[in-house]
Write a protein that binds this ligand. Structure first.
Ligand code: GDP
Ligand code: MG
Length: 698
């Protein structure tokens, strides 16, 4: 008989929960979301011994059970709800050996909920270097639990942890802190009102409600009948609880934990001084960004070109293999080019997350957060906005989701509103193709103009985000002031495994999530381009043949004329032509107009749309770039010249062209008000900036 148990991994941020999770579950894991909210939910399974199978949940980082952010409240709600299918049989609290004191605060709270809890002291590989000594036996006795030293880096302690987990029933459920010492009267009367219940659990349920009075959220079990005290009083009791707990913990650690301070962390403080320096800190950050963007441009262009031409060949091959007809057209032009439009993102997203996760892993990202807090605060953002703003360079969707750990609502809202200005990877293919068309491929002092232009576009995005943040900061009502706590973890060599996991996960979720929309739109577009109303569309062949009957056109030339005539009169052509007068002053023709329209659903469709438009009726061997390069205006000049190219890039830099982002903003702000404001203001800004730039440059 196999026995199934639930295990929850809980701990402060950055203590190595995910690393322990990975060590336990290997590849048996899946990532999803908690119902109703977008906090990430990681689940996996693991065979503990021959008869015990564990379902393991990697929970978001939390400092205490007095939840102050949504991430944290996920943990509290799980621990308070025995009926939750994920409710743990045993909790593994992951602590990091260098911050044991702060980690134990959380541990004692969970222990006092009378859920069997095991303490993992992770990063034990650092003990020798830091001169840390722990009396494990005594610590186990004082905490009434099993304690295990783990180093996921050296892969030690994991087997021992599994053994302890198999035997979780033998862990005593003795309390560490008797709640009545927080406030005797209050807790005694609470005990009288709810006789057969755990006092500490009741207390958490009550404070859980007061901590979230301002947020709309699912309610925990009803305790409204016990609101005899004003909230300020309850908050004071909460603080008392924290103080009492720390007193207990200090006492325990005094007897069990020793640090030999002769090995100073000299290098660390020197590095810190440089990296968070008011001037040099920014210089280093800027240089790192420059390197990253140049690398993304250089490294991903080869695989992208390969993917591009492979899909062109695949489409051609399909056409050759299948009987001519509508279905073949759909597959060769709609489906395959749509799939190509998804796959082509993979190199950029993978490289970007490679760099971001390396920066996070080494501990550098926390320095950036700290460095930026000083300046971002002036614009109504928080140091923690840096992570969303940087993640926004991959995709606004995870970036908007990443704002969840910003505690202050106003700062969070501003971050959400300005994030879509940062250059997401969906803009990258648009920029890449336009840059390669209109910016000369030359170098000055080893720096390429093309790379520089790309970086300029990223900077413009950031700048616009900052400027609009400071405007919003003035416009929006301020709530309460926020405080700022940032972790300064030690510098570490990045763990290849963790980096690889991040890259894999982000890429996969992009392909699955955004991929659906891109594919659907590609197919819709194909339909709109392949069908049209009225006689002009259905009689295209006769009309064109009649028009050119006295000219000596070759068969293929005539075919191209027919195809382009068809396109002009298809549904999408009609739509593009309708908006042409509006976009002509920006330097665009109706074909670009079609691409713009479809980009309002998702930017990345731009290149794909042009590919669809140009490849209808033409042979698939020609790549998109050569087709775009050959486009001619009525007056005989190139369509994609410098002024049109710049104007288009600026349009894409500022316009809100992403359905999925609007949807996620609606979800996170719980109203259509904010996404509508985003859509209209960003698009208007984009229109006027592009108008101005084209009129000046032409
Ligand atoms: P989480 O935020 O709690 O999920 O923590 P992660 O698993 O993401 O790890 C945070 C950081 O600690 C990463 O940089 C890891 O590489 C690092 N880390 C994890 N386990 C160990 C360990 O055993 N030793 C050392 N030195 N670093 C570790
Ligand atoms: Mg984690």
């Amino acid at each position: 008989m196999i026995k199934n148990i639930n295990i929850a991994l809980i701990g402060n941020p950055n203590t190595g929960k995910t690393s322990v999770f990975n060590a336990l579950t290997g590849l048996n894991q899946k990532v999803g979301n908690y119902p109703g909210i977008t906090v990430e939910k990681k689940q996996g399974s693991c065979r503990l011994d021959r008869v015990t199978k564990a379902r393991i949940l990697d929970l978001p980082g939390t400092y205490s059970l007095n939840a102050s952010s949504m991430d944290e409240s996920v943990v509290v709600e799980l621990l308070l709800n025995k009926n939750n299918p994920d409710f743990p049989d045993v909790v593994v609290v992951v602590a990091d050996v260098e911050n044991l004191k702060r980690n134990l605060l959380l541990f004692t709270q969970i222990k006092d909920l009378e859920i069997p809890s095991v303490l993992v002291i992770n990063m034990s590989d650092q003990m020798q270097r830091k001169g840390i000594k722990i009396d494990l036996e005594k610590l186990e006795k004082k905490l009434n639990t099993k304690v295990v030293l783990v180093s996921t880096r050296q892969n030690s302690g994991v087997e021992q942890l599994k053994q302890i987990l198999v035997d979780y029933r033998s862990i005593p459920s003795k309390l560490i802190l008797d709640p009545t010492i927080i406030d005797q009267d209050y807790f005694e009367s609470l005990g009288k009102a709810f006789p057969n219940q755990s006092l500490y659990k009741l207390w958490l349920v009550i404070t859980q409600n007061i901590n979230f009075t301002k947020l709309e959220r699912q309610k925990v079990p009803d305790t409204t009948q016990f609101k005899t005290q004003p909230q300020s009083y309850l908050k004071k009791l909460q603080q008392r609880e924290t103080i009492k707990r720390y007193q207990t913990i200090n006492q325990i650690l005094k007897e069990t934990y020793r640090v030999n301070l002769d090995e100073t962390t000299d290098l660390r403080s020197k590095l810190d001084n440089l990296l968070i320096h008011k001037f040099w800190g920014y210089v280093v950050f800027f240089l790192i960004l420059l390197t990253i963007f140049q690398a993304i441009f250089d490294w991903s262009s080869v695989p992208m070109a390969f993917i591009d031409s492979s899909f062109a060949r695949l489409s051609e091959w399909t056409r050759a293999q299948m009987p001519a007809g509508i279905l073949t057209d759909l597959i060769a032009e709609g489906v395959i080019s749509g799939l190509g439009g998804i796959v082509i993102f993979i190199p950029q997203i993978a490289f970007l997350f490679l760099f971001i996760s390396i920066l996070e892993e080494t501990g550098y990202m926390s320095r950036v957060v700290f460095l930026m807090d000083r300046s971002l605060r002036k614009f109504g953002l928080s140091g923690k906005s840096v992570v969303p703003l940087i993640s926004g360079t991959a995709c606004a969707i995870p970036a908007v989701m990443a704002t969840r750990n910003i505690e202050n609502w106003k700062e969070r809202l501003i971050t959400i509103l300005v994030v879509p200005f940062t250059t997401c990877s969906a803009r990258l293919p648009v920029y890449m193709i336009l840059i390669s068309l209109v910016i000369p491929n030359e170098r000055l002092l080893g720096i390429s103009y093309q790379g520089l232009t790309l970086m300029g576009l990223y900077l413009i995005g950031f700048l616009m985000a900052i400027v609009s943040a400071s405007i919003l900061n003035r416009l929006l009502q301020s709530t309460n002031k926020s405080y700022f706590v940032v972790e300064m973890p030690n510098y570490k060599l990045p763990l290849l495994k963790n980096v690889a996991f991040t890259v894999w996960e982000k890429t996969r979720s992009f392909v699955v999530e955004a991929g659906k929309i891109i594919l659907a739109i590609s197919i819709l577009l194909w339909f709109m381009a392949s069908f049209g109303p009225g006689k002009k569309f259905s009689n295209a062949e006769q009309i064109v043949a009649h028009q050119y009957f006295n000219q000596d056109l070759s068969d293929s030339e005539l075919e191209n004329k027919i195809a382009s005539f068809r396109l002009e009169n298809s549904y999408i052509g009609i739509l593009g032509k309708t908006i042409e007068p509006m976009i002509l002053p920006l330097g665009y023709d109706w074909k670009i107009g079609i691409a713009l329209i479809s980009s309002f659903a998702a930017r990345e469709v731009f290149v794909g749309t042009l590919a669809t438009i140009y490849s209808v009726g033409s042979d698939a061997q020609v790549t998109i770039k050569t087709r775009m390069d050959g486009e001619i205006r009525k007056d005989g000049t190139r369509l994609f010249n410098l002024s049109t190219g710049i104007s288009l890039m600026l349009f894409y830099a500022f316009a809100m062209q992403c359905m999925s982002t609007l949807a996620i903003v609606k979800k996170e702000t719980n109203s259509w008000k904010w996404p509508s404001i985003q859509l209209f203001s960003m698009t208007i800004i984009a229109y006027f900036v592009s108008l101005l730039s084209y009129q000046l440059l032409k």
